[in-house]
Design a protein around this ligand. Structure first.
Ligand code: 5AD
Ligand code: SF4
Length: 453
């Protein structure tokens, strides 16, 4: 079971691959001997969610002590060995840097039923994992995620990441390039998404060995077979001119950037410790759009940070409109243990946070709708990911001369697009030129306009 961010989803895929390589197979909880809960603690009541999940496993398995439950990731890092108190099935807790050791620990725990293990230490460098390639059922993955760094040194006032994922550790350039190359040559990848909590700080730490993030982008972009390159998540305060320039000079880099602004109020930004003002952010957006005219931006917003006034909140609404984000993830502020903001006295009442969140989401919904509408009749390309769940598997449709089934993929801006493609073959991983013919509430529909490649 995976909770949380793309880094966690990526860790879970690696864990599954490493266990499959050792002879394990994925199955349902009812039949499992090992259940791994890979947890997230960035927001809300994560401890509660994990305890509920442990309880669910206990209920489904009848508390069978032979079933091994492992809790990994950020909540495990935060709660540590206290998780052993949640019942006898929990015999392994592993934090962010401990995940690498989980496959071996699982094997050992199955051999030694009375043992409990905790892997909670942080490492001071990025420790490489055994490569698992596309071990998960030999799947080919058109979009492959590659971690470039772990942890964060920014200590934004609200954020638990530096405590759960530890200090920033960059991976060696060669290791990143090798993994990308393997994904492109053997894993069926056409798009690579580089991952890190503060990705554009890549290389700027004691364990990095390179000139920086822009240099890494150029080197990954030069790998044969790569169609598209993306990255998450950059910190707006750390985007260097060379990083911005990449959007003009690195051809496979997609015209889409997730750039968390968090708030549009200078007062709140300062209290958050974000190290930029609204004007700095606007200047950055202007420079990025100058480098890449059609750049689509998305963002994260925290609503109801301690001390946020109605005026501060209105500044945030204004920022959404001014930056014309194509989408925004927005969250009510919640206290995270150990962070500076948790100690701030001027907390906002839950009803007020909720009311502001709804107002903000209504505004973003209309901005997102407008962004999608502007796509009508545009020519673009899709990287096909799966069959569209909109159409039952057996359904085919006669369209002119050909019989079509509905697939879905993403355009370079990351928008989800449905498209009818010739029946009778697997289109996963193909690039398809399309014209946008229909705009939905959260996705688009297109028509194939040329040969796929
Ligand atoms: N409360 C609410 N939202 C938070 N985020 C991080 N910490 C908190 C918190 N304490 C949000 C930020 C971040 C996203 C991953 O989660 O917007 O960008
Ligand atoms: Fe958290 Fe991101 Fe700030 Fe790092 S830069 S502390 S991960 S919000």
């Amino acid at each position: 079971m995976t909770f949380g961010c793309q880094m966690n989803a990526h860790d879970s895929r690696w864990l599954a691959g490493a266990l499959i390589a050792r002879g394990f197979a994925q199955t349902s909880i009812e039949r499992a001997r090992v259940v791994i809960l890979n947890t997230c603690s960035v927001r809300e009541k994560p401890e509660q969610k994990v305890k509920t999940a442990i309880g669910r496993v206990r209920a489904i398995t009848g508390g069978d002590p032979e079933v091994l439950v492992a809790v990994t990731g950020c909540v495990a890092q935060q709660l540590g060995q206290t998780l052993f108190e949640s019942g006898c099935q929990v015999r392994l807790v592993a934090g962010s840097d401990g995940i690498n050791g989980v496959p071996e620990a699982v094997e050992r725990l199955l051999d030694e039923p009375r043992l409990r293990l905790s892997l909670l230490d942080f490492t001071d460098h990025y420790s490489e994992r055994e490569p698992v390639g596309c071990a998960i059922a030999g799947q080919s993955r058109p979009v492959t995620h590659v971690t470039v760094m772990q942890g964060c040194d920014n200590f934004c006032a609200y954020c638990i990441v530096p405590y759960t994922r530890g200090r920033q550790k960059s991976r060696a350039v060669k290791a990143v390039l090798d993994e990308c190359r393997a994904a492109l040559e053997m894993g069926g990848a056409r798009e690579i998404m580089l991952l890190g909590q503060n990705v554009n700080a890549f290389g700027r730490d004691t364990t990095g060995d390179d000139d920086g993030f822009a240099d890494l982008l150029a080197r990954v972009a030069a790998l044969p077979g790569l169609e598209r390159l993306r990255f998450v998540t950059p910190h707006p305060g750390e985007m260097k001119p060379v990083d911005i320039e990449s959007f003009a000079s690195v051809a496979p880099l997609c015209p889409r950037l997730h750039l968390p602004v968090q708030s549009g109020s200078d007062r709140v930004l300062a209290r958050m410790g974000r190290a930029y003002t609204r004007q700095d952010f606007y200047n950055l957006v202007a420079a990025l759009r100058k480098a890449r005219l059609d750049l689509a931006l998305s963002t994260d917003i925290i609503v109801g940070f301690p001390g946020e006034t109605e005026e501060d909140f209105n500044d945030t609404l204004e920022t959404l409109t001014d930056c014309n984000f194509m989408s925004a993830f927005s969250f009510c502020y919640s206290d995270r243990p150990g962070t500076r903001a948790a100690l701030f006295a001027d907390k906002i009442a839950p009803e007020r946070k909720q009311e502001r969140l709804l107002r903000l989401q209504a505004l973003q919904e209309s901005l997102s709708g407008r962004w999608l509408e502007a796509r009508l009749l545009q020519q673009t390309s899709l990287l096909i990911e799966t069959r569209s769940p909109r159409q039952p598997c057996h359904n085919e449709e006669k369209v002119g001369e050909r019989t079509e089934v509905l697939w879905q993929g993403r355009d370079p801006y990351g928008a989800l697009v449905h498209v009818g493609l010739p029946s009778g073959r697997d289109h996963t991983g193909r690039m398809v030129p399309v014209e946008i013919t229909k705009v939905g509430r959260h996705s688009l529909t297109g028509r194939q306009t040329g040969s796929a490649w």
